[in-house]
Design a protein around this ligand. Structure first.
Ligand code: FAD
Ligand code: PYC
Length: 425
């Protein structure tokens, strides 16, 4: 059959299949991944079914020969920060170590829908970081130059160029914090967060990974200094290796193995507006006024700010942050002043002192941690999974994550990325 004929017949097939499943109330749709009972033991157990855990399992199965793999998730996959974030993807970090890691991730994003055969709706609409003071602009020039030296796309925009790209923004000198310029990464953008979890889950499942939801890890069993398995709400599961990727709960899991990590757990909130007609086709971030905003494909403004100052595990947050956040957004975009907000939520982010992640072996043999991504790990999802899979499979860091091991907190080789994090914490 020629290509046109074949696509017509495929469309006909999917229209019939849609109609058939609609009248059967979707009861006959095949599951995108299996829901097996846990086996008594696996070669590798990944704890945490967020994007990072699922990506780790996928790359372990796709690129390394490690035997049987399970992902254990205490709730539903993607129900943690993966499904709660504002989906901004970029690689414009200052220092070489982080720039290389996030750029690897961005390159994986660029082929991810094809790799997973699942549309993760990665949209390279560009990310703009605004400068409001002379010092902001000095920092922007420094970071942009560092990015270019690392082969990462970066442009500097004047207020007039910003206005041409984003007509709704107030760039007049009258604003309390006037916009003096911006850096712009054209290859940055947003992706559909749930689809990232689902795409990695389906692709990992098809390579034999057992994805087990509603299975909370409650203990890490060790024998003679090596990990031997995990206690869970569904019983003991033996494991040759345990890879922990639990975002805002890293200290809780570390405690189970009598380890202490230098992370603080803070709520981070986000909110969305009622849907609007298309008004913003790029991503805007401002450190100085503390707000970031993009427009989802459904038309909602997706908005966020810095972390709540207190530590805790309640996935909500305080009203004062939202109040300051929307004030900042209205200052930048006066036309949004009458837009109504629809929903607000929070996630828990684990923050390291240098605003960089930990991707590391631990003093317990066979136990690995990937955590501390703070406010900025969504953009790293594929790259994080890729390097962590390497670390777990080979029992050694990949060159891209060698600088992100636990030992940097004793050697003092911290990598300060607070400026590039773009979100106050
Ligand atoms: P998660 O998706 O949280 O996955 C961890 C999983 O571990 C959870 O599903 C959890 O249920 C599970 N778990 C925890 N304890 C256990 C246990 N004992 N047993 C079994 N399972 C367990 N980053 C960006 O790059 N761009 C952004 O725009 C951005 N915006 C953000 C906005 C908000 C409001 C928040 C909260 C975060 C934002 N982030 C952003 C950060 C980003 O969301 C996270 O860094 C990233 O999603 C972490 O992915 P993960 O897979 O490690 O975490
Ligand atoms: O890391 O780009 C980021 C980010 C934006 C909003 C929250 N984190």
């Amino acid at each position: 059959m020629d290509r046109i004929g074949s696509s017509v017949s495929k469309n006909r097939y999917s229209i019939f299949s849609l109609a058939r499943n609609a009248v059967s109330y979707h009861q006959n749709w095949s599951e995108a991944w299996r829901s097996p009972d846990p086996a008594p033991a696996y070669d590798v157990v990944v704890v945490g079914g967020g994007g990072h855990g699922l990506a780790t399992a996928y790359y372990l199965a796709a690129e390394h020969d490690v035997g049987r793999i399970a992902v254990l998730e205490k709730g539903w996959i993607g129900g943690g920060n993966t499904g709660r974030n504002t989906t901004i993807v970029r690689s414009n970090y200052l220092w070489d170590e982080s720039a290389h890691l996030y750029e690897k991730s961005l390159q994986l994003w660029e082929g991810l829908s094809q790799e997973l055969n699942f549309n993760v709706m990665f949209s390279q609409r560009g990310v703009m970081n605004l400068g409001h003071t002379l010092q902001d602009m000095r920092d922007i020039y420094r970071r942009s130059n560092a990015n270019r030296l690392n082969g990462i796309d970066s442009e500097i925009l004047t207020p007039a160029e910003i206005k041409a790209k984003v007509p709704a923004m107030n760039v007049s000198g009258e604003a309390r914090y006037p916009v003096l310029g911006a850096s712009f990464q054209p290859r940055g953008g947003v992706a559909r967060h749930d689809a990232v979890a689902w795409g990695f889950a389906r692709a990992a499942d098809s390579r034999g990974v057992d994805i087990i939801q509603n299975c909370e890890v409650t203990g890490i069993r060790r024998e003679s200094g090596a990990v031997s398995g995990v206690e869970t709400t569904r019983g003991f599961i033996g494991a040759g290796k345990v890879a922990v990727v639990v975002a805002g709960h890293a200290s809780v899991l570390a405690d189970m193995a009598e380890l202490r990590f230098p992370v603080e757990s803070h709520p981070l909130q986000a909110l969305v507006s009622e849907p609007l007609k298309p008004v913003l086709d790029t991503v805007i971030m401002s450190n100085a006024v503390h707000g970031y905003v993009s427009q989802s494909d459904k038309g909602e403004l997706v908005i966020g700010a810095g972390v709540d100052a207190y530590t805790g595990y309640g996935q909500r947050g305080s009203f004062s942050i939202i109040e300051g956040n929307v004030a900042a957004i209205v200052e930048l975009f006066p036309i949004f002043s009458r837009v109504r907000m629809l929903r607000q939520w929070g996630g828990i982010v684990d923050v390291c002192p240098d605003a960089c992640p930990i991707i590391s072996k631990t003093p317990v043999q066979g136990l690995y941690f990937n955590c501390g991504w703070g406010t900025g790990g969504f953009k790293a999802t594929p790259g994080s999974g890729w390097v962590f899979a390497h670390t777990v499979a080979r029992d050694e860091a990949h060159p891209l994550n060698a600088a992100f091991e636990l030992e940097r907190f004793t050697t003092g080789a911290l990598i300060d990325e607070h400026g590039a994090a773009g979100v106050a914490h």
